[in-house]
Unconditional design. Structure first.
Ligand code: ATP
Ligand code: MG
Length: 473
């Protein structure tokens, strides 16, 4: 059977012709072929393997293309990359790999296509299409990758124990693909991952986080986290999450299992947002509950200040995993810190001033915060479910209403510090802060509207009460 229709893009024929000229064989391999069979839409990154020099083939291809794209050569890896019409083509010579115990970087020799397929992580990633004229569009499937695609199975071409031990990143990749594609990992692989889990320690944090991002961006991220947990990997990567596991009971009082609750929240939020960092916030929103958990005879289980503790833990976690300590991290911290605020609000009668305070503190992130809180509803009681949803709907409506009137979202003090100083003839001093704060409070409380005239008048009164005198009076 020929799969020429997978290779409609003119670049494939060009590569085949160049390979013929150089008298070498060339194949497209890996993700592109897999995604063709899965009908995942045309992949933009294309891996080409040459039985010979991948770099020479890339240079030849670039020289015959009219646009003369630049070839980036990675000498150490023996690979070359070129960009063409939105595609990213990576050329590599077929290789045979052998590994040492303490590194995932193998010793590499030239090899055959078979050798190259052997070194691939999964059978579904080892599929190749021929590009030379003699075999253009023919499928090379040495490990029944197509069958595994049909059976939705993640399987390694060789002994899984060796495959995962050689490059432990593959453990993360197996779980990531199972989550992204909704595949099952075959039993022998599961056993091998579980017994090799400690080897994850030789993998760089950046690579691990890349896979976590991809799991989080899947349709149902809980599948990946449940697998990481079952394999014992989660404990090594995100112990803050595994610490949330379990239900304790004292004197007949139980609390919910916050680990499985968290996974439900993440799946919920995945249905309403593709924002990676909001998904991270959902994953981490309860991590403060493990260190703050206490039992009190009268009131039962409490997690006092878990939001505050959790937001501090976010920083340490990001730092440990070498994640960016920038505005993304601050956003996650803010979401964790504020994660209970709309809940408290919706439980009581929603007052305007409480809504103004929420909007003031959350600023531009108030919508994201509401999305998080809505995802946080995991009760199985339909009556409660409906009630909470309605309450949040009311809060959302109030936010719009209050914001239209009071413009709190990006609050700018209506009277500046400068003006306070001039009015009372003050040098920079603590009184200015006191007056500014009092004005802000009066606005949030609804004592005065967020307008200049009212704020100015309020300032005069407040100054007077502090014993200050107006300069020009
Ligand atoms: P995606 O791009 O969607 O993440 P992909 O399969 O294309 O999926 P890449 O990381 O782009 O993944 O890798 C391209 C190909 O290289 C894979 O299909 C696989 O054949 C091979 N490969 C990548 N990483 C490994 C690895 N750690 N061990 C073995 N083979 C790998
Ligand atoms: Mg790819």
């Amino acid at each position: 059977m020929s799969y020429k229709n997978a290779l409609k893009h003119s670049i494939f024929e060009v590569i085949g012709n160049c390979a013929d000229d150089l008298k070498i064989d060339a194949y497209v391999i890996g993700g592109f072929v897999r995604d063709f069979f899965l009908k995942r839409g045309e992949a933009k990154d294309i891996d080409v393997v040459a039985i010979g020099s991948g770099i020479k083939l890339a240079e030849k291809v670039a020289s015959v293309l009219e646009t003369k794209p630049e070839v980036t050569i990675f000498k150490n890896f023996g690979t070359a990359m070129l960009k063409y019409q939105g595609l990213e083509l990576e050329f590599v010579g077929a290789r045979k790999e052998s590994y040492t115990r303490d590194s995932r970087n193998p010793v590499v020799e030239n090899g055959s296509l078979e050798d190259d397929q052997n070194r691939r992580d999964f059978t579904i990633n080892a599929l190749a299409f021929g590009l030379n004229k003699s075999n253009f569009g023919s499928l090379l499937d040495s490990f029944n990758g197509v069958r595994d695609l049909e059976e939705k199975t993640i399987r390694t071409p060789l002994n899984p124990d060796i495959t995962y031990s050689d490059d432990p990143l593959r453990m993360m990749r197996a779980i990531r693909f199972a989550t992204q594609l909704d595949f099952v990992i075959e039993e022998k692989s599961l056993q091998a991952i579980s017994s090799n889990r400690e080897r994850i320690k030789i993998i760089s944090k950046e690579r691990i986080v890349d896979e976590l991002h991809k799991i989080l961006l899947s349709k149902k991220p809980s599948k990946g986290f449940a697998l990481l947990n079952k394999m014992g990997l989660l404990q090594l990567i995100l112990p803050e999450l595994t610490a949330l596991q379990g239900i304790e009971e004292i004197e007949g009082q139980r609390h919910k299992d916050n680990f499985w609750h968290t996974l439900e929240v993440v799946d919920n939020i995945a249905e309403t947002t593709t924002n990676l960092w909001l998904r991270w916030a959902a994953l981490l929103h309860d991590i403060g509950k493990a260190p703050t958990k206490k039992f009190h005879k009268k009131i039962g289980w409490t997690f006092h200040a878990h939001e505050f503790v959790g937001s501090k833990m976010v920083y340490k976690l990001f730092k440990r995993l070498r994640m960016p300590l920038n505005d993304k991290m601050k956003f996650v911290q803010k979401m964790v810190l504020m994660s209970s605020r709309p809940v408290i609000l919706s439980e009581e009668h929603v007052t305007d001033s409480a809504v103004r305070r929420l909007v003031f503190d959350a600023g531009d992130y108030v919508d994201d915060l509401m999305t998080l809180c809505e995802a946080d509803i995991t009760t199985k009681n339909p009556r409660k479910q409906k009630k909470y949803k309605n309450n949040f709907k009311t809060v959302r409506e109030k936010i719009v209403e209050v914001e239209e009137r009071d413009k709190i979202r990006n609050f700018q003090p209506p009277v500046t510090g400068e003006e306070i100083m001039q009015t009372f003839g003050l040098k920079p001093s603590k009184e200015i802060g006191i007056i500014k704060d009092a004005i802000k409070e009066a606005i949030l409380e609804g004592e005065i509207p967020n307008q200049y005239a009212a704020a100015h008048e309020f300032m005069l009164k407040k100054g007077k009460s502090l014993g200050l005198k107006e300069k020009n009076k």
